[in-house]
Structures are given as C-alpha cells and as structure tokens.
Design a binder for this molecule. Structure first.
Ligand SMILES: Nc1ncnc2c1ncn2[C@@H]1O[C@H](COP(=O)(O)OP(=O)(O)O)[C@@H](O)[C@H]1O
Ligand SMILES: [Mg+2]
Length: 139
C-alpha cells in the first residue's frame, strides 16, 4: 500500500500503525533519501510501544536499542557504513537472529547482509511537506 503523509505527526502515526505488525525476528528496511521521514517513522513506532524512550538518529552510533515491552527494537542506520565488514564487526547478524526486531535506515546499501524475508518500506519526498511511504502490506 502507498500512504501519503502531510506532516511529521502523520508520518509518526503511520509508524505507530506499522508497529502493531512487528514481531520478534523481523528485519525491516527503510529505503529512501535524506529527509524523507525514515527516522520520524521509527520515532512513531518506538514511541507507540514505549513512551519513555527517546529516539535519536543512529547515523553516528550505527545502532540504538530500545526496549519495547516483550521485544527489543534495534534501530540501525547504514548511511555512514563504508563496507559490509564493518557490520560483521558490530555483530549485525546476531542482532537479526536475536529476541528483537531490526529496523534499518539505508539498509539497501548492503543487501548482501539482509535476510531474504526482510520487509522493505520505501520513502520518498513528494513536495510541499508530503512524504510517500510504500509498504508491502496493508497497515
Ligand atoms: N510529511 C512529513 N513526514 C516526515 N517528515 C517531514 C514531513 N514533512 C516534512 N518533514 C521534515 O522532513 C524531515 C524528516 O527527517 P528524518 O525523519 O530525520 O528523515 P530521514 O531519516 O529519512 O533522513 C524532518 O526535518 C521533518 O520535519
Ligand atoms: Mg534518518
């Protein structure tokens, strides 16, 4: 399905709706250029599951972990990663085979590290403060 959001709040609401579909073991890729709302979408996911957590972009830290009830969410940003070996060093595959779910901004930069069943969500800027979010299923 394709959603169009007209504000940051609407993008966060879309994240909160998507959050209901997340289960432990999921790997979710957020694809799309800078400023398209990927981090705001994650903020909506995480804040709907745990109001006490503050979501920050993991572009420098590479991964932030958020406890969300029965699962942990691991929020990655591959933007500053130069080679897949850097992901091996931080144990990326262990995060994917863990008790939690991984959400990865810029995940398609290294498709070889992703499981075949990764869910891909595409973000784009459609002008006038609007963002398009293309999901592989209804939310
Ligand atoms: N409809 C919208 N949804 C999300 N962000 C929007 C929207 N319209 C404008 N923005 C702005 O776009 C930026 C999105 O930032 P962010 O979520 O960090 O992007 P990304 O993580 O994709 O680089 C924010 O500055 C936000 O204020
Ligand atoms: Mg971001």
């Amino acid at each position: 399905m394709i959603l169009t959001t007209g504000s940051v709040e609407e993008t966060r609401e879309a994240g909160a709706r998507f959050a209901k579909k997340i289960s432990s073991g999921d790997v979710i890729v957020l694809d799309g250029g800078l400023g398209c709302g990927k981090t705001e979408f994650v903020r909506g996911i995480v804040e709907s599951l745990n109001r006490t957590v503050i979501v920050r972009s993991p572009s420098f830290s590479i991964v932030n972990s958020y406890p969300c009830g029965t699962i942990n969410l691991y929020h990655f940003d591959f933007y500053r990663i130069e080679k897949a070996s850097e992901l091996d060093e931080i144990g990326f595959s262990e995060y994917c085979n863990n008790d939690g779910a991984c959400i990865i901004e810029w995940g398609l930069m290294f498709p070889e590290v992703l499981p075949l069943n990764a869910v891909i969500i595409k973000f784009s800027d459609s002008g006038d403060g609007k963002r398009q979010i293309e999901l592989p299923f209804e939310i």
